[in-house]
Design a protein around this ligand. Structure first.
Ligand code: SAH
Length: 232
């Protein structure tokens, strides 16, 4: 990576925040998040073929029909999560491990679940090699959360769900935030932030229209909009 590439990426993120700030309420990304994005070598998380494009502000294929999210969306979701340095965070949808690596630099511990076994294996190995020792990756269905390590200070879901998985609401600490795209696949979804107050009451707000790969597994979410059509 050239330093210039990462700096250009941060400039693009800042510009996109300014354009979308009126809608999202996020006009700037805090310096700690930008610093984490400058430090994590994004080109190490994408297939060789896409390395030259790693710092472009676009999602890229990572195999198995999945994608690494666009840098602006990673920055926005991380900002919305409001991570603190003593936090324990759950991520659903490890993918290539990039979002987990960003969080690892900002919080105490990251637990990340990935449903595609090959992706979980590659991400865990990559994060180990790059010395992200405070990320634990497990293969499984994140619809059920990760009960053994609950409750979490924050939860981030990087695949689109038809509804907020009830287990994730339960596994969120009072005072915590859950960031999740909600909607059907092959359509735009709505990025949402849920907050659980000290008394356990949950409120939510819509942030921005987004396009994510679907949450699969027990959520009953069809892989594509077509899959949801009942056979004749
Ligand atoms: N955060 C990732 C983005 C990955 S895309 C990154 O930084 O690269 C979303 C990922 O969610 C895909 O890898 C997909 O396989 C995974 N996924 C989909 N449904 C899931 C489920 N029910 N449980 C866990 N992971 C799931």
């Amino acid at each position: 990576m050239s330093r210039q590439d990462a700096e250009d990426m941060l400039r693009t993120i800042a510009a996109e925040c300014r354009y979308t700030g009126g809608i999202t309420g996020v006009t700037a990304i805090r310096p700690q998040v930008l610093e984490a994005m400058e430090r994590v070598p994004r080109e190490q998380f994408v297939p060789n073929f896409y390395k030259a494009m790693a710092y472009n502000n676009m999602p890229l294929p990572i195999g198995h029909g999945q994608t690494i999210s666009q840098p602006f969306i990673v920055a926005l979701m991380t900002e919305l999560l409001d991570p603190g340095k003593d936090d324990v965070i759950l991520e659903v949808g490890t993918g290539c491990g990039y979002q987990a690596a960003i969080l690892a630099l900002l919080v105490k511990q990251v637990y990340s679940i990935e449903i595609v076994p090959a992706l979980a294996g590659v991400a865990a190995e990559r994060l180990r090699k790059l010395d992200f020792s405070n990320v634990a990756v497990r293969r499984g269905d994140g619809y059920a959360g990760w009960q053994e390590h609950a409750p979490f200070d924050g939860i981030i879901v990087t695949a689109a769900a038809a509804h907020v998985p009830p287990a994730l609401k339960e596994q969120l600490k009072p005072g915590g935030r859950l960031v999740i795209p909600i909607g059907l696949p092959a359509m735009t979804q709505e990025l949402m932030v849920l907050e659980k107050d000290k008394r356990g009451k949950i409120s939510s707000r819509d942030v921005l229209s987004v396009a994510f790969v679907p949450l699969t597994g027990g959520s009953g979410m069809p892989r594509t909009a077509d899959d949801s059509v009942e056979p004749e």
